[in-house]
Design a protein around this ligand. Sequence first.
Ligand code: GAR
Length: 206
Amino acid sequence: MKNIVILISGAGSNMAAIAEAAQRQDWASQFGARIGAVISNRPDAPGLQWAWQHGIATAVVDHRTFDSREAFDAALADAVDAHQPTLVVLAGFMRVLTAPFVARFAGRMLNIHPSLLPAFPGLHTHQRAIEAGCRFAGASVHWVTEALDGGPIVDQVVVPIFDDDTAPSLAARVQTQEHVLYPRAISRVLPALTVPAWAEAKDEAA
Ligand code: GAR
């Protein structure tokens, strides 16, 4: 099985959209894929409870209990690897990852960013798009590389910006579309990803 491990920090609405699409579209038969686990850096992330209630394995690696970013990322990488991921999905995971973490999951880690990349990487994307006078905003799913929000784009969605938009109203419009975009992007990359041989062997033994 191709295990998808989802990393979250908060509400987890994208995680829920992905898990629901996996069930509705039967990713197990279509792609031999399943949601293996949801991992959060915040013990109080509401998305964790949703995952637990839906029978998905959960784990917490609390960044506040580590002395350095490197130590946190090393523990997080071990927690992710414990679920033998074919694909790692960052879904509102609000920590900048170190180079060793990114290298460990290179070519098999996606992120969603709430802008039409390469425009507006980083924070406060909606406010910045409104202030710049943009008529369109959106979201991008991209492969994670060392460049912040800079990896190759897999898929995007576009929404209009209206004259009376505020950052929250625009964020809500973008987020509704993120829930369509992220499952679509994942279904697009899954067929080409292969299960590592050592994980196949473990699957058979189970
Ligand atoms: C999403 O809108 C996502 O695009 C954004 O956080 C939100 C998480 O919502 N991600 C970033 O800003 C990453 N830089 P969710 O927890 O409900 O999925």
